[in-house]
Design a protein around this ligand. Structure first.
Ligand SMILES: Nc1ncnc2c1ncn2[C@@H]1O[C@H](COP(=O)(O)OP(=O)(O)OP(=O)(O)O)[C@@H](O)[C@H]1O
Ligand SMILES: [Mg+2]
Length: 271
Protein backbone atom coordinates (compact mmCIF):
# COMPACT_ATOMS: atom_id res chain seq x y z
CA UNK A 1 0.00 0.00 0.00
CA UNK A 2 1.28 3.46 -0.89
CA UNK A 3 2.38 5.44 2.11
CA UNK A 4 1.41 9.09 1.91
CA UNK A 5 3.49 11.02 4.39
CA UNK A 6 2.87 14.62 5.37
CA UNK A 7 5.82 16.43 6.89
CA UNK A 8 4.08 18.92 9.10
CA UNK A 9 4.49 21.49 11.85
CA UNK A 10 2.77 24.84 12.02
CA UNK A 11 5.98 26.35 13.35
CA UNK A 12 8.24 27.74 10.62
CA UNK A 13 11.88 26.84 10.03
CA UNK A 14 11.87 23.53 11.90
CA UNK A 15 13.27 21.38 9.06
CA UNK A 16 10.12 20.29 7.21
CA UNK A 17 11.57 20.97 3.77
CA UNK A 18 15.01 19.61 4.62
CA UNK A 19 13.43 16.43 5.97
CA UNK A 20 11.06 16.02 3.02
CA UNK A 21 13.87 16.43 0.52
CA UNK A 22 16.37 14.17 2.28
CA UNK A 23 13.88 11.40 2.98
CA UNK A 24 12.58 11.53 -0.59
CA UNK A 25 16.11 11.28 -1.93
CA UNK A 26 17.01 8.46 0.46
CA UNK A 27 13.84 6.54 -0.43
CA UNK A 28 14.84 6.82 -4.09
CA UNK A 29 18.26 5.48 -3.12
CA UNK A 30 16.53 2.57 -1.43
CA UNK A 31 15.00 1.78 -4.82
CA UNK A 32 11.51 3.05 -4.03
CA UNK A 33 9.13 4.85 -6.39
CA UNK A 34 8.73 8.33 -4.92
CA UNK A 35 6.46 11.28 -5.64
CA UNK A 36 7.22 14.51 -3.81
CA UNK A 37 4.38 17.02 -3.54
CA UNK A 38 5.38 20.56 -2.61
CA UNK A 39 2.35 22.01 -0.82
CA UNK A 40 4.22 25.16 0.18
CA UNK A 41 4.04 28.48 -1.65
CA UNK A 42 7.71 29.05 -0.76
CA UNK A 43 8.52 26.25 -3.26
CA UNK A 44 11.72 25.22 -1.45
CA UNK A 45 11.40 21.50 -2.22
CA UNK A 46 10.58 22.33 -5.82
CA UNK A 47 13.78 24.36 -6.08
CA UNK A 48 15.95 21.77 -4.38
CA UNK A 49 15.24 19.21 -7.08
CA UNK A 50 15.08 21.80 -9.85
CA UNK A 51 11.49 21.22 -10.74
CA UNK A 52 9.74 24.19 -12.33
CA UNK A 53 6.85 26.22 -11.09
CA UNK A 54 6.85 28.66 -14.01
CA UNK A 55 5.52 27.40 -17.33
CA UNK A 56 4.54 24.03 -15.85
CA UNK A 57 1.34 22.91 -14.17
CA UNK A 58 1.72 22.95 -10.37
CA UNK A 59 -0.23 21.83 -7.33
CA UNK A 60 -2.18 25.07 -7.64
CA UNK A 61 -3.42 24.11 -11.10
CA UNK A 62 -4.98 20.86 -9.94
CA UNK A 63 -6.02 21.89 -6.42
CA UNK A 64 -7.04 25.53 -6.41
CA UNK A 65 -7.39 26.88 -9.94
CA UNK A 66 -10.89 27.93 -11.03
CA UNK A 67 -12.88 24.96 -12.36
CA UNK A 68 -12.46 25.78 -16.02
CA UNK A 69 -8.66 25.98 -15.73
CA UNK A 70 -8.18 23.08 -13.36
CA UNK A 71 -6.05 20.22 -14.67
CA UNK A 72 -5.81 16.57 -13.76
CA UNK A 73 -3.33 15.85 -10.96
CA UNK A 74 -1.37 13.47 -13.18
CA UNK A 75 -0.74 16.30 -15.64
CA UNK A 76 1.10 18.20 -12.91
CA UNK A 77 3.72 15.51 -12.25
CA UNK A 78 7.18 16.52 -13.42
CA UNK A 79 9.80 13.86 -14.02
CA UNK A 80 13.09 15.32 -12.80
CA UNK A 81 16.38 13.47 -12.79
CA UNK A 82 15.98 12.99 -9.06
CA UNK A 83 12.36 11.95 -8.68
CA UNK A 84 8.82 12.79 -9.70
CA UNK A 85 7.55 16.07 -8.28
CA UNK A 86 4.39 18.12 -8.16
CA UNK A 87 5.71 21.64 -7.87
CA UNK A 88 4.70 24.26 -5.34
CA UNK A 89 3.33 27.59 -6.44
CA UNK A 90 3.16 31.09 -4.97
CA UNK A 91 -0.57 31.02 -5.64
CA UNK A 92 -0.99 28.32 -2.98
CA UNK A 93 -0.87 31.21 -0.52
CA UNK A 94 -4.54 31.81 -1.10
CA UNK A 95 -6.52 28.65 -0.43
CA UNK A 96 -9.79 30.64 -0.17
CA UNK A 97 -11.14 28.73 -3.18
CA UNK A 98 -11.11 25.63 -1.01
CA UNK A 99 -12.82 27.04 2.04
CA UNK A 100 -16.08 27.93 0.34
CA UNK A 101 -17.34 24.43 0.98
CA UNK A 102 -15.53 23.16 4.04
CA UNK A 103 -16.21 19.44 3.73
CA UNK A 104 -15.55 18.93 0.03
CA UNK A 105 -12.79 21.53 0.18
CA UNK A 106 -10.86 19.50 2.73
CA UNK A 107 -11.09 16.30 0.72
CA UNK A 108 -10.12 17.60 -2.67
CA UNK A 109 -6.51 16.35 -2.65
CA UNK A 110 -7.64 12.95 -1.36
CA UNK A 111 -10.31 12.66 -4.05
CA UNK A 112 -7.83 13.63 -6.75
CA UNK A 113 -5.31 11.05 -5.58
CA UNK A 114 -7.97 8.35 -5.18
CA UNK A 115 -9.14 8.96 -8.75
CA UNK A 116 -5.64 8.86 -10.24
CA UNK A 117 -3.05 6.14 -10.80
CA UNK A 118 -0.77 7.67 -8.12
CA UNK A 119 -1.34 4.84 -5.65
CA UNK A 120 -0.44 2.31 -8.38
CA UNK A 121 2.63 4.19 -9.54
CA UNK A 122 4.37 5.14 -6.29
CA UNK A 123 5.45 3.39 -3.12
CA UNK A 124 5.82 6.68 -1.22
CA UNK A 125 4.28 10.10 -1.62
CA UNK A 126 5.96 12.73 0.56
CA UNK A 127 4.25 16.07 1.04
CA UNK A 128 6.15 19.15 2.18
CA UNK A 129 3.82 21.63 3.86
CA UNK A 130 3.88 25.26 4.89
CA UNK A 131 3.88 26.50 8.49
CA UNK A 132 0.22 27.47 8.51
CA UNK A 133 -2.91 25.64 9.64
CA UNK A 134 -5.16 26.26 6.70
CA UNK A 135 -7.21 24.31 4.16
CA UNK A 136 -4.09 23.17 2.33
CA UNK A 137 -2.80 21.54 5.52
CA UNK A 138 -6.19 19.92 6.14
CA UNK A 139 -6.12 18.57 2.58
CA UNK A 140 -2.75 16.98 3.32
CA UNK A 141 -3.95 15.51 6.62
CA UNK A 142 -7.08 14.03 5.03
CA UNK A 143 -5.06 11.98 2.56
CA UNK A 144 -1.99 11.19 4.69
CA UNK A 145 -1.44 7.68 5.99
CA UNK A 146 1.36 9.00 8.21
CA UNK A 147 2.86 12.23 9.43
CA UNK A 148 6.34 13.14 10.56
CA UNK A 149 6.67 16.17 12.82
CA UNK A 150 10.09 17.82 12.71
CA UNK A 151 10.85 19.95 15.73
CA UNK A 152 13.78 21.95 17.03
CA UNK A 153 14.99 21.16 20.50
CA UNK A 154 14.29 24.53 22.12
CA UNK A 155 11.68 24.83 24.83
CA UNK A 156 9.31 27.08 22.86
CA UNK A 157 9.56 24.86 19.79
CA UNK A 158 8.85 21.75 21.85
CA UNK A 159 5.85 23.44 23.47
CA UNK A 160 4.67 24.42 19.99
CA UNK A 161 3.86 20.84 19.05
CA UNK A 162 0.76 20.95 21.26
CA UNK A 163 -0.88 23.05 18.58
CA UNK A 164 -0.16 20.69 15.69
CA UNK A 165 -1.18 17.67 17.78
CA UNK A 166 -4.54 19.32 18.36
CA UNK A 167 -5.04 19.60 14.60
CA UNK A 168 -4.07 15.95 14.08
CA UNK A 169 -6.49 14.87 16.80
CA UNK A 170 -9.28 16.79 15.13
CA UNK A 171 -8.57 15.02 11.83
CA UNK A 172 -8.25 11.63 13.50
CA UNK A 173 -11.60 12.09 15.24
CA UNK A 174 -13.33 13.03 12.01
CA UNK A 175 -12.45 11.99 8.48
CA UNK A 176 -9.10 10.21 8.76
CA UNK A 177 -9.16 7.96 11.84
CA UNK A 178 -6.25 5.83 10.62
CA UNK A 179 -3.73 8.65 10.32
CA UNK A 180 -0.56 7.56 12.08
CA UNK A 181 2.08 9.77 13.65
CA UNK A 182 5.22 8.04 12.42
CA UNK A 183 7.23 10.13 14.83
CA UNK A 184 8.51 13.41 16.14
CA UNK A 185 11.92 14.19 14.72
CA UNK A 186 14.44 16.49 16.37
CA UNK A 187 16.28 18.45 13.70
CA UNK A 188 19.20 20.83 13.45
CA UNK A 189 20.63 19.65 16.75
CA UNK A 190 23.87 21.16 17.91
CA UNK A 191 25.91 18.24 19.21
CA UNK A 192 26.96 20.34 22.19
CA UNK A 193 23.34 20.77 23.25
CA UNK A 194 21.99 18.34 25.76
CA UNK A 195 18.73 17.56 24.01
CA UNK A 196 17.62 15.25 26.77
CA UNK A 197 17.62 18.26 29.07
CA UNK A 198 15.94 20.55 26.59
CA UNK A 199 13.15 19.68 24.18
CA UNK A 200 13.17 15.92 24.52
CA UNK A 201 11.98 15.84 28.10
CA UNK A 202 9.27 18.35 27.34
CA UNK A 203 8.11 16.53 24.23
CA UNK A 204 8.15 13.26 26.14
CA UNK A 205 5.90 14.81 28.79
CA UNK A 206 3.52 16.03 26.09
CA UNK A 207 3.59 12.57 24.44
CA UNK A 208 2.78 10.92 27.76
CA UNK A 209 -0.32 13.08 28.10
CA UNK A 210 -1.51 12.27 24.57
CA UNK A 211 -1.93 8.55 25.05
CA UNK A 212 -4.60 8.13 22.38
CA UNK A 213 -2.23 9.54 19.74
CA UNK A 214 0.43 6.90 20.48
CA UNK A 215 3.24 9.41 20.02
CA UNK A 216 6.73 8.21 19.23
CA UNK A 217 9.88 10.29 19.33
CA UNK A 218 12.46 9.00 16.86
CA UNK A 219 15.68 7.83 18.50
CA UNK A 220 17.44 9.28 15.48
CA UNK A 221 17.92 13.02 15.59
CA UNK A 222 19.40 15.17 12.86
CA UNK A 223 22.59 16.95 13.77
CA UNK A 224 23.33 20.49 12.69
CA UNK A 225 25.58 20.47 9.62
CA UNK A 226 26.73 23.48 7.71
CA UNK A 227 26.44 21.31 4.58
CA UNK A 228 22.63 21.58 4.86
CA UNK A 229 22.51 25.31 4.19
CA UNK A 230 25.42 25.14 1.75
CA UNK A 231 23.67 22.50 -0.34
CA UNK A 232 20.44 24.52 -0.26
CA UNK A 233 22.31 27.62 -1.43
CA UNK A 234 23.76 25.60 -4.31
CA UNK A 235 20.38 24.00 -5.04
CA UNK A 236 21.67 20.46 -4.91
CA UNK A 237 20.43 17.67 -2.67
CA UNK A 238 22.42 17.36 0.55
CA UNK A 239 23.48 13.81 -0.20
CA UNK A 240 24.83 14.85 -3.58
CA UNK A 241 26.64 17.81 -2.03
CA UNK A 242 28.22 16.05 0.96
CA UNK A 243 27.20 12.49 1.57
CA UNK A 244 29.43 12.20 4.63
CA UNK A 245 28.00 15.18 6.49
CA UNK A 246 26.49 14.41 9.88
CA UNK A 247 23.03 15.37 8.64
CA UNK A 248 23.34 13.01 5.62
CA UNK A 249 24.29 10.15 7.89
CA UNK A 250 21.47 10.97 10.29
CA UNK A 251 18.85 11.02 7.54
CA UNK A 252 20.19 7.66 6.40
CA UNK A 253 19.70 6.37 9.95
CA UNK A 254 16.19 7.81 9.97
CA UNK A 255 15.39 5.89 6.80
CA UNK A 256 16.26 2.72 8.65
CA UNK A 257 14.39 3.67 11.82
CA UNK A 258 11.28 5.00 10.12
CA UNK A 259 10.94 2.60 7.16
CA UNK A 260 13.35 -0.26 7.90
CA UNK A 261 15.16 0.58 4.66
CA UNK A 262 18.82 0.90 3.69
CA UNK A 263 20.13 3.03 0.86
CA UNK A 264 21.85 1.45 -2.09
CA UNK A 265 24.69 3.75 -3.12
CA UNK A 266 24.46 2.59 -6.72
CA UNK A 267 21.13 4.46 -6.87
CA UNK A 268 22.75 7.81 -5.96
CA UNK A 269 22.24 10.51 -8.56
CA UNK A 270 24.81 13.10 -9.47
CA UNK A 271 27.68 12.08 -7.16
N1 LIG B 1 20.42 19.66 10.14
C1 LIG B 1 20.55 20.95 9.83
N2 LIG B 1 21.77 21.54 9.91
C2 LIG B 1 21.91 22.87 9.60
N3 LIG B 1 20.91 23.66 9.18
C3 LIG B 1 19.67 23.12 9.08
C4 LIG B 1 19.43 21.75 9.39
N4 LIG B 1 18.09 21.49 9.18
C5 LIG B 1 17.56 22.65 8.76
N5 LIG B 1 18.50 23.64 8.69
C6 LIG B 1 18.31 25.04 8.28
O1 LIG B 1 17.21 25.58 8.97
C7 LIG B 1 16.44 26.40 8.10
C8 LIG B 1 15.01 25.90 8.10
O2 LIG B 1 14.96 24.60 7.54
P1 LIG B 1 13.76 24.19 6.58
O3 LIG B 1 13.64 25.15 5.45
O4 LIG B 1 13.92 22.76 6.24
O5 LIG B 1 12.53 24.40 7.58
P2 LIG B 1 10.98 24.45 7.24
O6 LIG B 1 10.28 23.89 8.41
O7 LIG B 1 10.71 23.80 5.93
O8 LIG B 1 10.69 26.01 7.11
P3 LIG B 1 9.32 26.69 6.60
O9 LIG B 1 8.36 26.54 7.74
O10 LIG B 1 9.70 28.11 6.34
O11 LIG B 1 8.88 25.96 5.38
C9 LIG B 1 17.09 26.35 6.73
O12 LIG B 1 17.87 27.51 6.57
C10 LIG B 1 17.96 25.12 6.78
O13 LIG B 1 19.13 25.29 6.01
MG1 LIG C 1 9.75 24.58 4.21
Amino acid sequence: MTKIIGIINNKGGVGKTTTTCQLSYMLRMAGKRVLLIDADSQKNSTGTFRAKSEGEATLYDCLLAPDKYRVDIEETIQHTKYMDIIAGDELLDDPSALSKDLQSGMLRLKNMIDNSSIRDNYDYVLIDTHPVTDMILYNVLMVATDVIIPVRAGTYEAEGIVKILKVIKEVKNSQNPDINIAGILFTDIDDRTNITLLGRTLVQEIADQEKDLDLKIFDTYIRRSVAVSESQAMRVPLFEYKKNSNASKDYEALLQECFGLDVDYSNAIGI
